[in-house]
Write a protein that binds this ligand. Structure first.
Ligand code: C2E
Ligand code: CA
Ligand code: CA
Length: 566
């Protein structure tokens, strides 16, 4: 802002300079050598919130908050007759601080030398920058969904607590909390309500923990409670029990009543680790253990928990490597119609691991680990893609046959199961009608309502459905009807019992009759003897599979078999 001063000659009257001093929009303080305020203008009073009288009683360093060094430096420079410019925080009368830019001007006039002017201007750009910085800090340290401190904040606090943990603080406790089966909740509620649910969980935790510790969200459905000053294991045990009990109270989400449980893993400093990394890892291990022990439980870390986790991690790494090195192979086992000539109507793909040192491993040796680690999903995709490509070729050479694919529980619960199948199958040049998805009976019954819906979705895209390992679960007729599957595969343990225990014969007979009454076709798997086949045929079983006809074989051998059939 330009100000205009009208003079005809250079004013000699000091009052002219006084009015200039007084009316300048910048805050100006005149200071003596010691930094005492000897004069201040109206803007100075306005900026600081002090009256003129109050200002005159002040030492400039009282306005300088943390920048006393800065003031004495500026005064020393003035003493050397140097001007200086710098930024500092000005402390106002109301206690607030405002960033300012200060120009120190030494007075060189003989009579007044030894005094300096402090010209102080509010540094708006600094205020703005600080506001942004504060906001960025909030973004970096808080979780946007729940408003809770995030992982970064938590880790810094943990490191702080450990630095300050001395003799007076007996221990620091870390409690990892994970909502059991959150994935299922998310799948049933949908994403938006799933998010709302996590907010409710966070709020309830904060209300319960109060000032006993800090609640942070580490991501997903993982929360942590950090107790920086805790008296020992007993206090933590009580808190863990309260946490478990409180989580079990129902959550109301837009009219739904949701029940959950949580699993908690606990690590204490210094017993279970001395560094933040060790404590975090060990609380995590303890949490895994709580899950493995059937959930809804808390566990303190213990060295004995390490071994199984390590081996599982090792196994997971091996599987990951095997997938990358393409060590998995598929064998194929045909499914035959029970009629003269036993034509091949379908082919089941069965995975094996061609292990570099252990040789050919059956699926039971690695599917559980793949399932637990989630690796089953990319593995399953590989199976589907590979088998679909082969089937495409076989259909061209040998006519239409269905490809039967086994899917695991984790795959069955994939949100995009149908879309993915359709895209893989069409990419290979097949239609979904050429696919049969095999779901085990126990998987279907685990959450039967979900299974009904998912099976219907699969049927809508055109695939067929077989209920595998049938007879080992406790299917209700009601669900079996509602699943609306195409086939049931009698579990091979019953087939093996044919001709032996009377009960197995009766069970097989009953399954065939019941399946037919519901409009399902029956596949008998594991058929090894002519006697078994004759019995099955007499009962009206529709399809058979087993070593009597063909064991699972490599693609080349299968092609020989199919060529011979024609
Ligand atoms: P399943 O689906 O019940 O597969 C039938 C099993 O019976 C296969 O075992 C097969 O080799 C075996 N089998 C076939 N004919 C006979 C016979 O005459 N006698 C006897 N005793 N056994 C016979 P396999 O290949 O060891 O597979 C075991 C299980 O692993 C499968 O049971 C299936 O649940 C699972 N599995 C196999 N491949 C995959 C896959 O690609 N993905 C998933 N998720 N699971 C798979
Ligand atoms: Ca199967
Ligand atoms: Ca089976």
């Amino acid at each position: 802002m330009a100000s205009t001063v009208y003079v005809s000659t250079w004013p000699t009257d000091p009052r002219a300079f006084e009015s200039l001093f007084e009316a300048t929009p910048s805050a100006i303080f005149a200071l003596d050598r010691a930094g005492r305020v000897v004069a201040a203008n109206a803007a100075a009073s306005q900026l600081t919130g002090y009256s003129r009288e109050e200002l005159l009683a002040l030492d400039i360093s009282q306005l300088a908050q943390d920048s006393i060094q800065f003031v004495s430096d500026a005064l020393a420079a003035a003493e050397r007759r140097e001007a200086s410019v710098a930024e500092m925080d000005l402390l106002r009368q109301d206690g607030s601080a405002v960033p300012v830019q200060v120009t120190t001007i030494p007075i060189l006039d003989g009579k007044h030398s030894g005094y300096v002017f402090f010209r102080v201007e509010e540094a708006h750009y600094l205020t703005e920058m600080r506001r942004t910085r504060a906001h960025m800090r909030t973004l970096a340290y808080y979780d946007s969904l729940t408003g809770l401190p995030n992982r970064i904040f938590f880790q810094e606090r943990l490191r702080d607590s450990l630095e300050h943990a001395t003799g007076q603080v007996p221990c620091v406790a870390l409690m990892f909390l994970d909502v059991d089966r959150f994935k299922d909740i998310n799948d049933t509620l949908g994403h938006a309500l799933g998010d709302r649910f996590l907010q409710l969980v966070g709020e309830r935790l904060v209300l319960l923990v109060k000032n006993r510790g800090i609640v942070a969200r580490l991501g997903g459905d993982e929360f942590v409670v950090l107790v920086s000053r805790c008296s020992g294991g007993e206090e933590v045990r009580e808190l863990a029990e309260e946490l478990l009990a409180s989580a079990e109270q129902s959550y109301r989400i837009e009219g739904y009543e949701q029940f959950i449980t949580t699993s908690i893993g606990i690590a204490l400093y210094p017993d279970h680790g001395r560094t933040d990394q060790a404590l975090i890892k060990n609380a995590d291990i303890a949490m895994y253990h709580a899950k493995e022990q059937g959930r809804n439980a808390y566990f303190f870390y213990d060295e004995s928990l390490d071994a199984p986790i390590r081996s599982r991690l090792a196994q997971e790494q091996q599987l990951r490597g095997a997938l990358k090195r393409e060590e998995f192979v598929l064998q194929y086992q045909p499914i035959f119609q029970v009629s003269d000539g036993n034509p091949v109507v379908a082919i089941e793909a069965l995975i094996r691991w061609n292990h570099p040192t252990l040789g050919m491993l059956p699926p039971d040796a690695f599917i559980p680990a793949a399932e637990a680690s989630g690796l089953i999903v990319p593995m399953g995709e590989w199976v589907e893609r590979t088998a679909a490509a082969c089937m495409r070729e076989w259909q061209e050479r040998f006519g239409f046959m269905v490809l039967a694919i086994n899917i695991s529980a984790r795959q069955f619960h994939q949100r995009d199961l149908c879309e993915r199948l359709v895209s893989i199958v069409t990419e290979a040049g097949l239609t979904p009608q050429a696919i049969e998805v095999e779901i085990t009976e126990s998987m279907a019954l685990f959450d039967a309502e979900y299974a009904v819906e998912t099976i219907h979705a699969l049927k809508r895209i055109g695939t067929q459905i077989a209920i595998d390992d049938f007879g080992t679960g406790h299917s209700s007729l009601n669900y079996l009807r509602r699943f609306n599957a195409d086939h049931i595969k009698i579990d091979r343990s019953f087939v093996a019992g044919i001709g032996g225990a009377v009960t197995d014969d009766t069970i097989v007979t009953a399954i065939v009759a019941m399946g037919h009454s519901l409009g399902l076709k029956i596949i008998a798997e594991g058929v090894e003897t002519g006697e078994q086949y004759d019995f099955l045929r007499a009962q009206g079983c529709d399809l058979v599979q087993g070593n009597l006809f063909a064991p699972p074989v490599d693609p080349q051998q299968l092609e020989i078999l199919l060529a011979g059939k024609r």
